[in-house]
Design a protein around this ligand. Sequence first.
Ligand code: NAP
Length: 286
Amino acid sequence: MSVRRLEGKPLAERRKAALRDDVATLAKTGRAPRLVVVLATEDEAAVAYARAKQRAGKALGIDVEVVRFEHPTTEALVDKVDALGRDGSVDGILVEMPISPSIDLRAVQDAIPGAKDVDGAGTFALGSLFRGAAAFVPATAAAVMALLDAYDVEISGQHAVVVGRSLVVGRPLSQLLLARDATVTVCHSRTRDLAAMTKTADILCVAVGSPRFLSGSMVRPGAVVIDVGTTVVDGKLVGDIDFAAVAPVAGAVSPVPGGVGPLTTIMLLENVARAARLQRQEQAER
Ligand code: NAP
């Protein structure tokens, strides 16, 4: 029997259609939602991610502006984010990653007001997520949940193993799974006998950033395996899962490309539209 492929593209197309309508309504009753991406790095991947957000925003009627810093300092970035936070024409703010380790990322992200932190990156947003009350959930973690839900994967009571504990993916994802009553194990580079852990997973989410890292022998037969990893190898996007080896063992696998990736930007832009709506409601109530 062939493995079930958890494709993100068709789901992303459906969500795009709904978001386009939502954005059109917002534009008719005021202006288009506006996201500002702070790009403070020359990193090629970050530049490409920022451009991809701009393209996706344009296709949906969302205004995505990229503010580029050639020689960033933490102070200059905090000042800029602070100003954007007070600018009534800005609905969402995001700091593009990866960013130089010389920058105090936490200080910059914490300067984003909660109402505009559409990537759920600041301490307040992450704390709210921990309480199960996040206004905006980090896009990649939200994309994984959307993919699981779209394919009716049962979450409650299942053992979910998340490999990777970054603030961007692994940790928020583990909280979202926990909030849906999964029993969650989080693994990382210091985990002893990783395969022993991954083999116990009903739902296995891998966000490591190491191409074809997860082999078939690390997967429990019938498990649902979600590949978050994206690394460019010889000009091609490669996931963390060795798809050819995992597919014969797993019950379902998300491919790379075409799984989580296509959903990530749409989840972010949905947050931008929601931020715009909430801020308008708040202004109207004042
Ligand atoms: P990251 O910050 O580098 O975190 C990687 C995590 O993997 C860390 O927690 C690290 O453990 C863990 N790890 C590294 N080697 C390991 C090993 N041998 N065994 C077990 N765990 C190991 O990366 P990230 O930002 O979370 O991103 C992870 C991947 O997802 C990357 O490929 C990235 O490009 C991709 N990504 C994709 C999307 C998308 O839209 N599809 C969005 C965001 C990220 P330690 O904490 O111990 O170092």
